[in-house]
Design a protein around this ligand. Structure first.
Ligand code: FPP
Length: 237
């Protein structure tokens, strides 16, 4: 009997973890692990779009990742550049809108220009929204939102008591998007690592003992099946 195909949740977040361990396992430098991870990111993104995911958020670079050796940071920047250039060429075929969450002002002017170009080129796309979390930290995002609201209070545009959860949502990078339903973390670690802290309040977490470069489309299907097997109660009974 054919397996019943369940619709994917609207918003999936992925912490792409394990590139370094994958490289070590294959006696390669860490940069090659990231390259394999970037290749897998392309595969999983295309698959997610094809199966009808509305929003996919991937953790590509955290606010803490600057602390890695300069060579590794440089290799990651090169992978981002390559991907963004490739995305500009491929946008004719893909119906994916790329958005960036995080403080992109910290990147090189070349990367910032590419980010702008990709944002603009993909803005008319009506399919899946791909949030690339780059120089992203959940705490920094919440602080940024709180500061923006406080400024508006000072300017007399709001009163503090007007701030509700719904209004605060609109101060976040993900304003207007549904909250993540499912967060996947491969590599065996079971931590949230500053990812979508506000937004993940009711997300289901699925962990895999598989390193990100080895995470397949079948694993994504499996995560979606696990998600459907959970009973989401949103604090109710
Ligand atoms: C965590 O694995 C992964 C990262 C810090 C980088 C994630 C980036 C990619 C997958 C490339 C993305 C590329 C594009 C184009 C978006 P780790 O290095 O911490 O692995 P480890 O815990 O095994 O050392």
């Amino acid at each position: 009997m054919p397996e019943k195909i369940l619709p994917p949740p609207a918003h999936i977040g992925i912490i792409m973890d394990g590139n370094g361990r994958w490289a070590k396992k294959h006696f390669q430098p860490r940069s090659l692990g990231h390259r394999a991870g970037a290749q897998n990111f392309r595969t999983i993104t295309r698959y997610a779009s094809r199966i009808g995911v509305k929003v996919l958020t991937v953790y590509a670079f955290s606010t803490e990742n600057w602390a890695r050796p300069a060579e590794e940071v440089g290799a990651l920047m090169k992978l981002f550049k390559d991907y963004l250039q490739e995305a500009l060429r491929d946008f004719m075929d893909e119906n994916i809108r790329v958005r960036f969450i995080g403080d992109t002002s910290a990147f090189s002017s070349e990367l910032r220009e590419l980010i702008e170009e990709v944002k603009q080129a993909s803005a008319p796309k009506t399919g899946m929204v791909l949030n690339l979390a780059m120089n992203y930290g959940g705490r920094a995002e919440i602080l940024r939102g709180a500061r923006a609201f406080a400024q508006e209070v000072l300017a007399g545009q709001h009163r503090p008591e007007e701030l509700t959860e719904e209004l605060f949502d609109s101060y976040l990078y993900t304003a207007g998007q549904p909250a993540p339903d499912l967060i996947i973390r491969p590599s065996g670690e079971q931590r949230v690592s500053n990812f979508l802290l506000w937004q993940c309040a009711y997300a289901e977490f699925v962990y895999f003992d598989i390193l990100w470069p080895d995470f397949t489309t079948d694993d994504l299907d499996r995560a979606i099946a696990v998600y459907h097997s959970r009973q989401r109660r949103f604090g109710g009974v």
